[in-house]
Design a binder for this molecule. Structure first.
Ligand code: SAM
Length: 262
């Protein structure tokens, strides 16, 4: 292991800190993943860290050693740093002992193979990174193929979204599309396209989910606009029996995903 870095001016530390900004993530195509478990999830799914920082407490862990070796093999820098640096990098008082930087892996819509999974999720203008990360995690857990971000969405590679995925950021395919691109692509979808709408009359349990299903979810505030709802074969609602006027987006997505998967 190399000597411990103590300076926030170290170029690798500076580059990693900058990745909290979307501009730096867009320019570099990189993102930050915190925690040894998440970093190992990246390794296990074939993603080598481009940079790695770790604290003294993690230095001798066999999985840290594996991550260090993979980073260096990939031509990246792996550095032991102080806890103060980890705290600054993570913007947390109790930081994770290992922080990795990985390459983003957005796919184009035409790289998605619909039959690779029974269900896929499309999110229109999702705004909350916690919701987005939770949905990516749920999609992975349920065996969905991935998540398609339609229109102006929050960044799945922000630190907050990545944290909420709990490692699933590496497992689920991610794609981005404008509304027009999505509309054209959806025409070739081989299964059901199911929209979710508070105003729909069909109960989600009564819908026909022809696999592979594509579930379209609306924005947290505005819901699914009529022009997006019209792109669907069917629109469904999840019944609400109490006084709440809607479900949280991530919760509603979880219910829909499990309704559409075997
Ligand atoms: N005020 C928004 C509206 O009028 O749709 C509420 C949006 S809700 C918080 C966010 C998204 O979750 C919705 O666009 C829809 O995709 C999904 N959703 C939430 N509750 C739902 C329900 N009961 N039935 C169907 N979809 C629901």
């Amino acid at each position: 292991m190399s000597g411990r870095v103590t300076s926030l001016q170290n170029p690798t530390v500076k580059a990693l800190r900058a990745l909290h900004l979307k501009k730096a993530r867009d320019q570099t195509g990189l993102f930050v993943a915190e925690g040894l478990k998440t970093v190992v999830e990246g390794l296990d799914t074939g993603h080598a860290p481009q940079m790695l920082l770790f604290g003294a407490e993690a230095a001798d862990h066999p999985l840290t050693r594996r991550a260090v070796a993979a980073t260096r093999e990939a031509g990246g820098e792996a550095l032991e740093v102080t806890e103060a640096i980890l705290a600054k990098v993570s913007r947390r008082e109790n930081p994770q002992a290992v922080v990795g930087v990985f390459r983003q892996a957005f796919r184009a819509l035409d790289q998605i193979e619909p039959h690779a999974a029974p269900c896929w999720v499309a999110l229109h203008r999702v705004r909350d990174p916690g919701n987005l990360g939770t949905i990516v995690r749920t999609a992975d857990a349920a065996g969905c193929g991935g998540v398609i971000l339609v229109g102006e969405c929050c960044d799945p590679y922000s630190t907050e979204a990545v944290r909420a995925t709990m490692g699933s950021i590496f497992a689920a395919a991610l794609a981005r599309a404008s509304e027009a691109e999505f509309a054209a692509w959806r025409d070739r979808w081989p299964g059901s396209v199911v929209g979710t709408l508070l105003a729909a009359s069909l109960d989600y349990r009564a819908a026909d989910y022809v696999r592979p299903s594509l579930i379209l979810m609306g924005n947290e505030q505005q819901g699914l606009p009529p022009e997006m709802a019209r792109l669907c074969d069917v629109n469904v609602k999840i019944p609400m029996r109490g006084r709440a006027d809607s479900l949280n987006l991530a919760v509603a997505t979880g219910i829909m995903i499990y309704a559409a998967t075997p």
